[in-house]
Design a protein around this ligand. Structure first.
Ligand code: ZN
Length: 154
């Protein structure tokens, strides 16, 4: 395993569209293992493959002692709204409010190609939407907003 270099927001590479994974092979597992190591070495809660220079539809999240891998994820349901301050390993020292759904359901594959669906809420839903945006070249800084009165959370 190895810690990989994080692509900074100034690099146009982050704006590229990631491509679906077609082989659930050792190359994918090595990527995922390296992504876990890279995320563990940082303060982040999530990391997408594009952030380590690989245009594959893959991201991981580390939240509340959970470590989850998503391959070819698709958000299939969203409800509610929340406003939390987000940051990004590719955008150092920047934290701002973004509007996200309160609850999201995602369909994805694990590293072996098994399909699963997962419903998450609160911070986990924020993180999942943030990482999923990376796969389409979208950064949280594109979505910064002023929360309505009384809706801002830290
Ligand atoms: Zn990010």
């Amino acid at each position: 395993m190895a810690i990989r270099e994080i692509v900074p927001y100034t690099d146009k590479f982050l704006r590229k569209q990631s491509k679906p994974v077609s082989s659930f092979d050792e190359k994918l597992w090595e990527l995922l293992d390296d992504m876990h190591e890279t995320l563990n070495a940082s303060e982040g809660a999530g990391l997408s493959a594009v952030q380590v220079g690989v245009l594959k539809r893959v991201f991981i999240i580390h939240i509340n002692n959970m470590s989850i891998e998503f391959v070819n994820p698709v958000i299939i349901k969203k409800s509610g709204e929340q406003y939390k301050k987000e940051g990004c390993l590719s955008v150092p020292n920047t934290f701002n409010y973004v509007k996200r759904p309160q609850t999201v359901t995602v369909a994805a594959f694990d590293r072996y190609g098994n399909k699963f669906t997962l419903t998450c809420e609160d911070w986990t839903a924020v993180c999942l939407c943030h990482e999923n945006d990376h796969l389409d070249g979208i950064l949280f800084t594109d979505k910064i907003c002023v929360p309505p009165k009384g809706k801002a959370e830290d």
